[in-house]
Design a protein around this ligand. Sequence first.
Ligand code: NAI
Ligand code: ISE
Length: 336
Amino acid sequence: MTVRIGVIGTGAIGRDHARRINQVLGGATVVALSDLNRASAEAVKSDVAPDAAIFTTGEELIASPDVDAVLVTSWGATHEQYVLAAIAAGKPCFCEKPLATTADGAKRIVDAEVAHGKRLVQVGFMRRYDAGYVALKQFVDTKIGAPIMVHAAHRNPAVPEQYVTPMAIHDTMIHEIDVLRWLLNDDYVSARVLFPRSAARSHAKLRDPQIVILETAKGTIIDVEIFVNCHYGYDIQCEVVGEDGIASLPEPLAIQSRLGAKLQNDILTDWKDRFIASYDVELQDFINAAGKGTAAGPNSWDGYVAAITSDACVAAQEAEGAAVAINLPTRPALYN
Ligand code: NAI
Ligand code: ISE
Protein backbone atom coordinates (compact mmCIF):
# COMPACT_ATOMS: atom_id res chain seq x y z
CA MET A 1 0.00 0.00 0.00
CA THR A 2 1.24 3.51 -0.79
CA VAL A 3 0.30 5.93 1.99
CA ARG A 4 -1.08 9.15 0.49
CA ILE A 5 0.24 12.02 2.60
CA GLY A 6 -0.92 15.61 2.94
CA VAL A 7 1.53 18.22 4.27
CA ILE A 8 0.24 21.28 6.15
CA GLY A 9 2.91 23.99 6.31
CA THR A 10 5.47 23.99 3.50
CA GLY A 11 8.21 26.15 5.05
CA ALA A 12 11.71 24.92 5.92
CA ILE A 13 10.89 21.57 7.46
CA GLY A 14 7.63 20.88 5.57
CA ARG A 15 9.50 21.23 2.28
CA ASP A 16 12.33 19.02 3.54
CA HIS A 17 9.93 16.31 4.75
CA ALA A 18 8.01 16.41 1.43
CA ARG A 19 11.33 15.94 -0.38
CA ARG A 20 12.34 12.96 1.74
CA ILE A 21 8.92 11.29 1.36
CA ASN A 22 9.00 11.59 -2.43
CA GLN A 23 12.73 11.17 -3.09
CA VAL A 24 14.30 9.20 -0.24
CA LEU A 25 11.77 7.05 1.62
CA GLY A 26 9.51 4.21 0.51
CA GLY A 27 5.83 3.43 0.88
CA ALA A 28 4.35 6.91 0.65
CA THR A 29 3.75 9.79 -1.69
CA VAL A 30 2.82 13.43 -1.11
CA VAL A 31 -0.62 13.96 -2.65
CA ALA A 32 -1.64 17.23 -0.98
CA LEU A 33 -0.10 20.47 0.26
CA SER A 34 -1.44 23.45 2.14
CA ASP A 35 0.16 26.65 3.41
CA LEU A 36 -1.11 30.04 4.52
CA ASN A 37 1.27 31.31 1.90
CA ARG A 38 -0.01 29.57 -1.25
CA ALA A 39 3.13 30.51 -3.18
CA SER A 40 5.17 28.39 -0.75
CA ALA A 41 2.96 25.34 -1.40
CA GLU A 42 3.19 25.94 -5.14
CA ALA A 43 6.99 26.13 -4.98
CA VAL A 44 7.17 22.84 -3.06
CA LYS A 45 4.79 21.23 -5.58
CA SER A 46 6.94 22.39 -8.43
CA ASP A 47 10.24 21.35 -6.79
CA VAL A 48 9.50 18.07 -5.01
CA ALA A 49 5.81 17.05 -5.16
CA PRO A 50 4.55 17.43 -8.74
CA ASP A 51 1.45 15.27 -8.22
CA ALA A 52 0.19 17.10 -5.14
CA ALA A 53 -3.10 19.00 -5.05
CA ILE A 54 -3.01 22.34 -3.25
CA PHE A 55 -5.67 22.97 -0.59
CA THR A 56 -6.59 26.40 0.73
CA THR A 57 -6.95 25.23 4.33
CA GLY A 58 -5.45 22.48 6.43
CA GLU A 59 -8.93 21.33 7.42
CA GLU A 60 -9.90 20.76 3.77
CA LEU A 61 -6.70 18.80 3.23
CA ILE A 62 -7.38 16.58 6.26
CA ALA A 63 -10.97 15.93 5.12
CA SER A 64 -9.97 14.95 1.59
CA PRO A 65 -10.72 11.29 0.76
CA ASP A 66 -7.47 11.27 -1.23
CA VAL A 67 -5.39 11.86 1.93
CA ASP A 68 -4.61 8.84 4.15
CA ALA A 69 -2.23 10.52 6.61
CA VAL A 70 -1.21 14.04 7.59
CA LEU A 71 2.06 15.87 8.33
CA VAL A 72 1.67 19.01 10.44
CA THR A 73 4.70 21.22 9.83
CA SER A 74 3.15 24.67 10.21
CA TRP A 75 3.99 27.10 13.04
CA GLY A 76 3.76 25.61 16.52
CA ALA A 77 0.69 27.59 17.59
CA THR A 78 -1.36 26.02 14.76
CA HIS A 79 -0.45 22.38 15.48
CA GLU A 80 -3.22 21.62 17.98
CA GLN A 81 -6.12 22.45 15.66
CA TYR A 82 -4.77 20.25 12.86
CA VAL A 83 -3.82 17.32 15.08
CA LEU A 84 -7.31 17.37 16.64
CA ALA A 85 -8.88 17.48 13.16
CA ALA A 86 -6.74 14.51 12.04
CA ILE A 87 -7.76 12.48 15.10
CA ALA A 88 -11.43 13.36 14.47
CA ALA A 89 -10.99 12.11 10.89
CA GLY A 90 -9.27 8.92 12.19
CA LYS A 91 -6.13 9.66 10.13
CA PRO A 92 -2.53 9.05 11.32
CA CYS A 93 -0.78 12.35 11.93
CA PHE A 94 2.90 13.26 12.22
CA CYS A 95 3.20 16.55 14.12
CA GLU A 96 6.43 18.51 14.31
CA LYS A 97 7.45 19.74 17.74
CA PRO A 98 5.86 21.23 19.74
CA LEU A 99 2.74 19.05 19.83
CA ALA A 100 0.99 22.15 21.19
CA THR A 101 2.25 25.43 22.59
CA THR A 102 0.51 24.94 25.95
CA ALA A 103 0.16 21.96 28.25
CA ASP A 104 -3.64 22.40 28.10
CA GLY A 105 -3.52 22.15 24.30
CA ALA A 106 -1.41 18.99 24.44
CA LYS A 107 -3.82 17.51 26.99
CA ARG A 108 -6.75 18.09 24.62
CA ILE A 109 -4.86 16.02 22.05
CA VAL A 110 -4.13 13.23 24.57
CA ASP A 111 -7.80 13.19 25.60
CA ALA A 112 -9.00 13.04 21.98
CA GLU A 113 -6.61 10.21 21.12
CA VAL A 114 -7.51 8.25 24.24
CA ALA A 115 -11.23 8.68 23.38
CA HIS A 116 -10.47 7.45 19.86
CA GLY A 117 -8.92 4.37 21.51
CA LYS A 118 -5.93 3.87 19.21
CA ARG A 119 -2.66 5.71 18.61
CA LEU A 120 -2.76 8.09 15.64
CA VAL A 121 -0.15 10.72 16.53
CA GLN A 122 3.64 10.73 16.26
CA VAL A 123 5.50 13.81 17.54
CA GLY A 124 8.60 14.97 15.64
CA PHE A 125 11.17 14.30 18.36
CA MET A 126 13.67 12.99 15.83
CA ARG A 127 16.62 12.73 18.18
CA ARG A 128 15.23 9.42 19.47
CA TYR A 129 16.02 8.11 15.96
CA ASP A 130 19.52 9.60 15.76
CA ALA A 131 22.21 6.89 15.56
CA GLY A 132 24.38 8.80 18.05
CA TYR A 133 21.64 9.10 20.67
CA VAL A 134 20.55 5.48 20.12
CA ALA A 135 24.15 4.30 20.71
CA LEU A 136 24.48 6.60 23.73
CA LYS A 137 21.28 5.21 25.24
CA GLN A 138 22.45 1.63 24.80
CA PHE A 139 25.75 2.52 26.49
CA VAL A 140 24.10 4.40 29.36
CA ASP A 141 21.61 1.56 29.90
CA THR A 142 24.32 -1.09 30.16
CA LYS A 143 27.78 0.27 30.94
CA ILE A 144 28.15 3.28 33.24
CA GLY A 145 25.99 2.42 36.22
CA ALA A 146 23.26 4.72 37.47
CA PRO A 147 23.32 8.14 35.77
CA ILE A 148 24.14 10.86 38.29
CA MET A 149 24.54 13.97 36.16
CA VAL A 150 24.02 15.07 32.56
CA HIS A 151 25.79 18.03 30.96
CA ALA A 152 24.17 19.08 27.71
CA ALA A 153 24.43 21.99 25.30
CA HIS A 154 22.18 23.14 22.44
CA ARG A 155 23.88 25.83 20.40
CA ASN A 156 22.51 27.52 17.28
CA PRO A 157 24.70 29.89 15.27
CA ALA A 158 21.90 32.49 15.07
CA VAL A 159 18.12 32.87 15.33
CA PRO A 160 15.62 35.23 13.66
CA GLU A 161 14.91 38.61 15.22
CA GLN A 162 11.46 37.53 16.47
CA TYR A 163 13.02 34.76 18.60
CA VAL A 164 12.52 35.75 22.27
CA THR A 165 13.60 34.31 25.65
CA PRO A 166 10.77 31.73 26.18
CA MET A 167 11.41 30.30 22.70
CA ALA A 168 14.75 29.00 23.96
CA ILE A 169 12.57 26.51 25.86
CA HIS A 170 9.51 25.92 23.62
CA ASP A 171 11.34 25.94 20.32
CA THR A 172 14.89 24.84 21.10
CA MET A 173 15.40 23.04 24.41
CA ILE A 174 12.21 21.04 23.90
CA HIS A 175 14.44 18.56 22.04
CA GLU A 176 16.57 18.00 25.19
CA ILE A 177 13.43 17.88 27.34
CA ASP A 178 12.20 14.93 25.30
CA VAL A 179 15.40 13.10 24.49
CA LEU A 180 16.90 13.24 28.00
CA ARG A 181 13.88 11.69 29.72
CA TRP A 182 13.96 8.99 27.04
CA LEU A 183 17.72 8.55 27.48
CA LEU A 184 17.47 8.24 31.27
CA ASN A 185 14.10 6.38 31.51
CA ASP A 186 13.10 9.04 33.99
CA ASP A 187 10.79 12.03 34.47
CA TYR A 188 11.48 15.54 35.69
CA VAL A 189 10.43 16.90 39.07
CA SER A 190 11.77 20.46 38.99
CA ALA A 191 13.40 23.12 36.83
CA ARG A 192 15.63 26.12 37.54
CA VAL A 193 17.09 28.64 35.11
CA LEU A 194 20.27 30.66 35.49
CA PHE A 195 21.22 33.53 33.25
CA PRO A 196 24.87 34.45 32.86
CA ARG A 197 25.53 37.89 31.40
CA SER A 198 23.99 38.14 27.93
CA ALA A 199 26.18 37.68 24.88
CA ALA A 200 26.60 40.67 22.60
CA ARG A 201 24.51 39.15 19.79
CA SER A 202 21.34 38.83 21.92
CA HIS A 203 18.80 41.67 22.09
CA ALA A 204 16.39 43.30 24.53
CA LYS A 205 13.80 40.49 24.31
CA LEU A 206 16.29 37.61 24.24
CA ARG A 207 18.44 36.67 27.20
CA ASP A 208 21.06 34.43 25.69
CA PRO A 209 22.68 32.14 26.73
CA GLN A 210 20.82 30.47 29.59
CA ILE A 211 21.36 27.35 31.69
CA VAL A 212 18.40 25.16 32.61
CA ILE A 213 18.83 22.78 35.53
CA LEU A 214 16.41 19.87 35.65
CA GLU A 215 16.11 17.38 38.48
CA THR A 216 14.64 13.95 37.79
CA ALA A 217 12.50 11.65 39.92
CA LYS A 218 15.51 9.33 40.40
CA GLY A 219 17.70 12.25 41.53
CA THR A 220 19.78 12.88 38.41
CA ILE A 221 20.72 16.54 37.92
CA ILE A 222 20.84 17.79 34.33
CA ASP A 223 22.29 21.09 33.16
CA VAL A 224 21.45 22.25 29.64
CA GLU A 225 23.19 25.26 28.15
CA ILE A 226 21.05 26.91 25.49
CA PHE A 227 23.02 29.38 23.41
CA VAL A 228 21.17 30.37 20.26
CA ASN A 229 23.55 33.04 19.00
CA CYS A 230 26.80 31.17 19.49
CA HIS A 231 27.93 32.21 16.01
CA TYR A 232 30.48 29.42 15.43
CA GLY A 233 28.13 26.58 14.37
CA TYR A 234 25.22 24.25 15.16
CA ASP A 235 26.49 22.19 18.06
CA ILE A 236 24.67 19.58 20.13
CA GLN A 237 26.49 18.12 23.14
CA CYS A 238 25.47 15.55 25.73
CA GLU A 239 27.62 13.91 28.39
CA VAL A 240 26.17 11.47 30.93
CA VAL A 241 28.12 10.98 34.16
CA GLY A 242 27.35 7.60 35.72
CA GLU A 243 28.51 5.83 38.88
CA ASP A 244 31.10 3.82 36.94
CA GLY A 245 32.02 6.03 33.99
CA ILE A 246 31.10 8.75 31.54
CA ALA A 247 29.44 8.47 28.12
CA SER A 248 29.22 11.21 25.49
CA LEU A 249 27.13 11.75 22.38
CA PRO A 250 29.34 11.08 19.32
CA GLU A 251 30.29 14.06 17.18
CA PRO A 252 28.89 14.07 13.62
CA LEU A 253 31.17 12.44 11.06
CA ALA A 254 33.75 14.97 9.85
CA ILE A 255 37.17 14.76 8.24
CA GLN A 256 39.94 15.74 10.58
CA SER A 257 42.77 17.48 8.78
CA ARG A 258 46.34 18.50 9.45
CA LEU A 259 46.69 21.43 7.12
CA GLY A 260 48.39 24.81 7.14
CA ALA A 261 49.86 24.18 10.59
CA LYS A 262 46.38 23.42 12.00
CA LEU A 263 44.70 20.28 13.32
CA GLN A 264 40.98 20.79 12.62
CA ASN A 265 37.57 19.58 11.42
CA ASP A 266 34.46 21.37 10.22
CA ILE A 267 31.48 21.98 12.52
CA LEU A 268 27.98 21.89 11.00
CA THR A 269 25.99 25.11 10.88
CA ASP A 270 22.41 23.98 10.06
CA TRP A 271 19.99 21.78 12.03
CA LYS A 272 18.80 20.29 8.72
CA ASP A 273 22.22 18.66 8.26
CA ARG A 274 22.88 17.66 11.88
CA PHE A 275 19.87 15.34 12.09
CA ILE A 276 19.33 14.56 8.42
CA ALA A 277 19.55 10.79 8.85
CA SER A 278 17.26 10.74 11.89
CA TYR A 279 14.54 12.70 10.05
CA ASP A 280 14.62 9.96 7.42
CA VAL A 281 14.28 7.18 9.99
CA GLU A 282 11.51 8.90 11.98
CA LEU A 283 9.40 9.57 8.90
CA GLN A 284 9.88 6.03 7.59
CA ASP A 285 8.62 4.82 10.98
CA PHE A 286 5.59 7.09 10.57
CA ILE A 287 4.90 5.82 7.05
CA ASN A 288 5.19 2.17 8.11
CA ALA A 289 2.75 2.64 11.00
CA ALA A 290 0.40 4.87 8.98
CA GLY A 291 0.15 2.07 6.41
CA LYS A 292 -1.38 0.01 9.22
CA GLY A 293 -3.69 2.85 10.25
CA THR A 294 -1.80 3.72 13.43
CA ALA A 295 1.26 5.63 14.71
CA ALA A 296 4.61 4.70 16.32
CA GLY A 297 7.53 6.53 17.95
CA PRO A 298 7.22 9.52 20.31
CA ASN A 299 3.56 9.80 21.25
CA SER A 300 1.07 12.43 22.38
CA TRP A 301 1.90 11.67 26.00
CA ASP A 302 5.56 12.50 25.29
CA GLY A 303 4.38 15.73 23.63
CA TYR A 304 2.20 16.51 26.67
CA VAL A 305 5.03 15.84 29.17
CA ALA A 306 7.33 18.04 27.07
CA ALA A 307 4.71 20.82 27.14
CA ILE A 308 4.25 20.58 30.94
CA THR A 309 8.04 20.64 31.39
CA SER A 310 8.41 23.56 28.96
CA ASP A 311 5.81 25.56 30.87
CA ALA A 312 7.72 24.92 34.11
CA CYS A 313 11.01 25.96 32.50
CA VAL A 314 9.45 29.19 31.22
CA ALA A 315 8.07 29.87 34.72
CA ALA A 316 11.59 29.16 36.04
CA GLN A 317 13.01 31.77 33.63
CA GLU A 318 10.90 34.29 35.51
CA ALA A 319 11.62 32.89 38.99
CA GLU A 320 15.11 34.39 39.41
CA GLY A 321 16.92 31.09 39.93
CA ALA A 322 14.24 29.51 42.17
CA ALA A 323 13.11 25.93 41.48
CA VAL A 324 9.70 25.37 39.85
CA ALA A 325 8.03 22.01 40.54
CA ILE A 326 7.01 19.75 37.65
CA ASN A 327 3.97 17.61 38.44
CA LEU A 328 2.85 15.01 35.92
CA PRO A 329 -0.66 13.53 35.84
CA THR A 330 -1.20 9.77 35.57
CA ARG A 331 -0.31 8.33 32.17
CA PRO A 332 -3.27 6.79 30.32
CA ALA A 333 -2.90 3.06 29.52
CA LEU A 334 -2.86 3.83 25.77
CA TYR A 335 0.70 5.12 26.23
CA ASN A 336 2.14 2.30 28.37
P1 NAI B 1 8.77 28.01 8.65
O1 NAI B 1 8.35 29.36 9.11
O2 NAI B 1 9.93 27.88 7.74
O3 NAI B 1 7.53 27.28 7.94
C1 NAI B 1 6.25 27.20 8.52
C2 NAI B 1 5.25 27.30 7.40
O4 NAI B 1 3.94 27.08 7.95
C3 NAI B 1 5.22 28.66 6.69
O5 NAI B 1 5.34 28.46 5.30
C4 NAI B 1 3.87 29.24 7.07
O6 NAI B 1 3.32 30.04 6.05
C5 NAI B 1 3.05 27.99 7.29
N1 NAI B 1 1.89 28.15 8.15
C6 NAI B 1 1.81 28.83 9.31
N2 NAI B 1 0.57 28.74 9.82
C7 NAI B 1 -0.14 27.95 8.98
C8 NAI B 1 -1.46 27.47 8.99
N3 NAI B 1 -2.33 27.78 9.96
N4 NAI B 1 -1.85 26.66 7.98
C9 NAI B 1 -0.99 26.34 6.98
N5 NAI B 1 0.29 26.79 6.93
C10 NAI B 1 0.71 27.58 7.92
O7 NAI B 1 9.01 27.14 9.99
P2 NAI B 1 9.81 25.78 10.14
O8 NAI B 1 11.18 26.07 10.58
O9 NAI B 1 9.58 24.92 8.97
O10 NAI B 1 9.06 25.17 11.43
C11 NAI B 1 7.79 24.59 11.33
C12 NAI B 1 7.57 23.69 12.55
O11 NAI B 1 8.55 22.66 12.53
C13 NAI B 1 7.70 24.39 13.89
O12 NAI B 1 6.78 23.86 14.78
C14 NAI B 1 9.12 24.07 14.33
O13 NAI B 1 9.27 24.06 15.73
C15 NAI B 1 9.31 22.69 13.75
N6 NAI B 1 10.70 22.40 13.43
C16 NAI B 1 11.23 21.22 13.86
C17 NAI B 1 12.54 20.95 13.63
C18 NAI B 1 13.13 19.70 14.15
O14 NAI B 1 14.36 19.63 14.24
N7 NAI B 1 12.35 18.68 14.46
C19 NAI B 1 13.42 21.86 12.89
C20 NAI B 1 12.73 23.04 12.44
C21 NAI B 1 11.43 23.29 12.70
C1 ISE C 1 14.32 24.60 15.39
O1 ISE C 1 12.93 24.72 15.31
C2 ISE C 1 14.69 23.19 15.70
O2 ISE C 1 13.89 22.35 15.98
C3 ISE C 1 16.13 22.96 15.81
O3 ISE C 1 16.42 21.60 16.03
C4 ISE C 1 16.64 23.79 16.97
O4 ISE C 1 18.03 23.65 17.09
C5 ISE C 1 16.32 25.26 16.75
O5 ISE C 1 16.74 26.00 17.88
C6 ISE C 1 14.83 25.46 16.54
O6 ISE C 1 14.58 26.81 16.26
